[in-house]
Design a protein around this ligand. Structure first.
Ligand SMILES: [Zn+2]
Length: 139
């Protein structure tokens, strides 16, 4: 892991740290086209060989929607949508909202995606291939 990216939510209670095998500006965020993600202007970023560390002063507020396979993590203070995680084979994997990384303005434009057309099984497979391990700590 030679590259990293970091950021925080609007209120600063939650910090994000990302380790990556390549520069974050080489990755393309993905904008899910479901109503929920559009309403949060979410642009998700992950790399299967990366690692995501989330640290928050308070427990995250979590929410499930759509096929209810994944958990959406919100800062419980400012309500920013920080990441989406899912337990896959006993391990938390996830994708981070690129919007809160300090490198966001230098990143590529988000590519629209439409995971809602996938079956639940197809989603697991896709997430297992694309998402990265997530560690959550309190600070
Ligand atoms: Zn916050």
């Amino acid at each position: 892991m030679n590259h990293s990216a970091s950021g925080h939510c609007s209120c600063g209670n939650t910090t994000l740290n990302l380790s990556l095998p390549l520069p974050v500006t080489d990755l393309t965020p993905r904008a899910c086209d479901c109503d929920f993600c559009v309403s949060h202007q979410a642009a998700y970023l992950s790399h299967p060989e990366g690692q995501l560390q989330l640290a928050s002063k308070m427990p995250f507020r979590t929410k499930q929607q759509g096929s209810k396979q994944a958990q959406f993590l919100f800062c419980s203070s400012c309500n920013d949508l920080i990441a989406v995680i899912c337990q896959i084979r006993g391990e938390y994997k996830g994708t981070v909202s690129a919007r809160y990384l300090s490198e966001y303005s230098f990143m590529k434009e988000a590519l629209p995606i439409s995971p809602k057309v996938l079956s639940p099984k197809e989603k697991w497979t896709r997430w297992e291939q694309m998402w990265m391990p997530v560690a959550i700590t309190n600070r």
